[in-house]
Write a protein that binds this ligand. Structure first.
Ligand code: SAH
Length: 235
């Protein structure tokens, strides 16, 4: 696993930059180990996913004022009406993608960059698209500062995919629209998996689409709650 740069420098009073102090100032590594145990108790079993959760400093992906809640199993606001998904959902989706190191993964909805970081920690090359400039900028600089070299952030409408970088082994959509965006199906490689929430604002289901021998099969998975997927093929 990578040696993340944030571990090296110490700030004032012995805290590291971006780290929280006070009564809740337990070692983030211990908090992540506890979170991984809780995810395991909820049914996440893939060892590589649990290792990725233990490796990525989620507290740096949320606003400083919320850092003390970063290792609770809850979504948190990241500004602009958007949120970082709850850790269980990130872990579940990462597991459902059946990733292998070296795979090319497209993520729609960069948000905080946390899901992209987990995918990269799983050894994948990650192309991630965000349509809000501020979030795109923040996530890009955070991921760069943390030393991620296999994540390529893009600004734009992710419902159009990234034709220039296609095809992808895996595609994950972390916002919910009324239907599966057609360009994403087209940009999925043979033997690929596309994971996408679909539905209304109040009723959403995770769907897993596989492309095998040029044929598509669709599985209906868990009910979920995501923010809106906007754009040409979104809401
Ligand atoms: N994966 C993110 C979750 C972000 S929430 C994380 O780990 O933090 C969903 C994100 O999708 C929001 O940031 C929202 O702005 C973005 N989004 C919504 N519609 C989009 C579109 N058409 N293209 C790109 N990003 C979109």
């Amino acid at each position: 696993m990578r040696n993340y740069r944030f571990n090296r420098q110490r700030g004032r009073a012995g805290t590291r930059p971006g780290e929280f102090a006070g009564p809740a100032a337990a070692d983030p590594r211990l908090l992540r180990e506890r979170m991984a145990r809780q995810l395991q108790a909820r049914g996440i079993s893939a060892p590589d996913v649990l290792s990725a959760v233990k490796a990525v400093p989620r507290h740096l992906f949320v606003q400083e004022a919320l850092a003390a809640q970063a290792y609770e199993d809850t979504p948190l606001p990241i500004g602009h009406g958007q949120s970082i998904s709850q850790p269980y959902l990130v872990a579940l989706m990462s597991e459902l993608l059946q990733l292998k190191p070296g795979m090319r993964v497209l993520e729609i909805g960069t948000g905080s960059g946390y899901q992209a970081a987990i995918l990269a920690a799983l050894g994948c090359t990650v192309f991630t698209v965000e349509h809000l400039r501020d979030l795109y900028r923040n996530a890009s600089s955070l991921l760069r500062n943390l030393g991620f070299r296999t994540i390529y952030p893009h600004l734009g409408d992710g419902t159009l995919g990234l034709p220039d970088a296609a095809p992808f082994d895996r595609i994950i959509v972390t916002a919910c629209g009324p239907e599966i965006p057609e360009p994403l199906v087209d940009q999925l490689d043979e033997n690929g998996i596309l994971l996408v929430p679909v539905g209304s604002r109040t009723r959403q289901n995770l769907k897993r689409l596989r492309k095998t021998g040029g044929r598509l099969t669709l599985e209906d998975l868990d009910p979920v709650v995501f923010v809106d997927l906007v754009g040409v093929h979104g809401r």
